[in-house]
Design a protein around this ligand. Sequence first.
Ligand SMILES: Nc1ncnc2c1ncn2[C@@H]1O[C@H](COP(=O)(O)OP(=O)(O)OP(=O)(O)O)[C@@H](O)[C@H]1O
Ligand SMILES: [Mg+2]
Length: 257
Amino acid sequence: MDASATAAEPIPPEVPREAGAGAAGAVFVARGLTKTYRVGELEVPALRQVDLEIGAGEFIVILGPSGSGKSTLLNILGGLDTPSSGEALFRDHVLSGATEAELTRYRREHVGFVFQAYNLIPSLTARENVALVTEIAADPMRPEEALARVGLADRMDHFPAQLSGGEQQRVAIARAIAKRPDVLLCDEPTGALDCKTGITVLRAILDSNRQLGATAIIITHNAAIAAMADRVLYLADGLVARIERNAQRREPEEIAW
Ligand SMILES: Nc1ncnc2c1ncn2[C@@H]1O[C@H](COP(=O)(O)OP(=O)(O)OP(=O)(O)O)[C@@H](O)[C@H]1O
Ligand SMILES: [Mg+2]
């Protein structure tokens, strides 16, 4: 596991809390969030007592070395995984301790996911890929609107193989936002993309955050992307090493890597 420069920093427990938006406006609260994976005889600590608050509408970037627990944290907040101990709340829903059925419903109603792999169905067009989700959502936007929001109005009837990587990722974002999620959780959304293409994807995420009010959390290995965030969360060895607030945020088109 890669040890980052931030790993050695002492972590005053009050830092993550005071940097948050306050429990009242919080979309996510984590208290003592701990995840230990068991692989045979081996215990692998992925998160160790994470305390965190994320406010409604915030744009958060998570940075940290490989294995620092970024995906584990995002997966617990998104109801894809459960903690070993500690508490995770989405508004007044307690995610820690929720049943599989409750988590499924939580994900369906509130969470949009975007992963590095686009996970589109190759035999369906862009429109049909988005429609798969809108068919089961409570108050979805039309697939056409979702695709137009990510700049793909003229690519609706293309199959994934007929789209560039950045376009496919924007279809994945359209699919995630079409159900009007409260939170948009993105795990290395630009990981497979070059800079120019990555910027179009970041633009689509930022617009969804601003125009739809979706709280956005983006995991990245790319420190340049941190400049877009309201706050940057640095994870190291399963801990929140520090949280920084950007005094001034950059637009995606202003950053490069
Ligand atoms: N399903 C699992 N079973 C066992 N160990 C796991 C599992 N998922 C993650 N881990 C371990 O937990 C730790 C944190 O993993 P996690 O995937 O959260 O890291 P990450 O910060 O997202 O890394 P990367 O940047 O490489 O994606 C790692 O040591 C990893 O090996
Ligand atoms: Mg990861």
